[in-house]
Design a protein around this ligand. Structure first.
Ligand code: AMP
Length: 191
C-alpha cells in the first residue's frame, strides 16, 4: 500500500496516519516529524530547516526531496508507505513520481482530510498550548495555512486528474474520521 495523507496543518493527519500505518503495516513517514527530530538533534539538515519551520515557510524543495528519497530507499518501505506532509508543492509531486517510477511502483491513493479554516485555527491554537510547538503561534499558523492554500492545495490537482484522490470529511469525532479514512484507503487499495 503506497498512500499519501494530505490536508492542511491541524487537519489531524498525524493522528489518522498512525491508525492507517498500523492497519496496513507500513511505515508512517512524516516529513515534519523528521525535520523536528533533526532540529532537536541539531544535525546539518535540522540547521537548514529550522528558520523556515519557525517562520511557517516551506523548507526548500531540494532539501525535502533529497530527504524523502533517502527515507523511501530504506528497506522497511518494501511493503509500502504512508507519507504525511509530503508532497507539498508541484515540484515535490513530480519528484515523488520520478522516485516511484525508478523503483517500478505507483501510488495507490491520496487521502485528503478536509477541515474548515476556523476549526483548523482553533485546533492549532489548542495544540500550541498542549504541545508547545514553536511553529504554533497565531502569526506562524496563519502563514502555514496561507502556504497550504497557495502551494500545497493546488498540487493536488495532479492526483485528482489521475483519479486517485479520495476526499474525507476531517471534522467530528476522531474515531469517526478514522473509519472514513480507513474506508477511503480500502477503496484506494481496490482500485
Ligand atoms: P508539519 O508537521 O507537516 O506541519 O511540518 C512542519 C514544518 O516542516 C512545515 O511548516 C515546514 O516548514 C516543514 N515541512 C514539512 N514537510 C515539508 C515539505 N514536504 N515541504 C516543505 N516543508 C516541509
Amino acid at each position: 500500500m503506497r498512500v499519501i495523507l494530505f490536508g492542511p496543518p491541524g487537519a489531524g493527519k498525524g493522528t489518522q496516519a498512525t491508525a492507517l500505518a498500523e492497519r496496513y503495516d507500513i511505515p508512517h513517514i512524516s516529513t515534519g516529524d523528521i525535520f523536528r527530530e533533526n532540529v532537536g538533534n541539531e544535525t546539518d539538515l535540522g540547521v537548514k530547516a529550522k528558520a523556515f519551520m519557525d517562520a511557517g515557510d516551506l523548507v526548500p524543495d531540494d532539501v525535502v526531496i533529497a530527504m524523502v528519497e533517502d527515507r523511501l530507499n530504506q528497506p522497511d518501505t518494501g511493503n509500502g508507505f504512508l507519507l504525511d506532509g509530503f508532497p507539498r508543492t508541484a515540484a515535490q509531486v513530480e519528484a515523488l513520481d520520478e522516485i516511484l517510477a525508478r523503483s517500478g511502483h505507483s501510488l495507490d491513493g491520496v487521502i485528503r482530510l478536509q477541515v474548515d479554516d476556523g476549526e483548523l485555527m482553533t485546533r492549532l491554537l489548542r495544540r500550541a498550548e498542549e504541545q508547545g510547538r514553536t511553529d504554533d503561534t497565531p502569526e506562524v499558523i496563519a502563514n502555514r495555512l496561507e502556504k497550504y492554500e497557495a502551494e500545497t492545495e493546488p498540487a493536488v490537482v495532479r492526483y485528482r486528474k489521475r483519479s486517485i484522490l479520495y476526499d474525507v470529511d476531517g471534522e467530528g469525532d476522531v474515531d469517526e474520521v478514522r473509519d472514513r479514512v480507513l474506508e477511503a484507503a480500502a477503496k484506494a487499495e481496490q482500485s
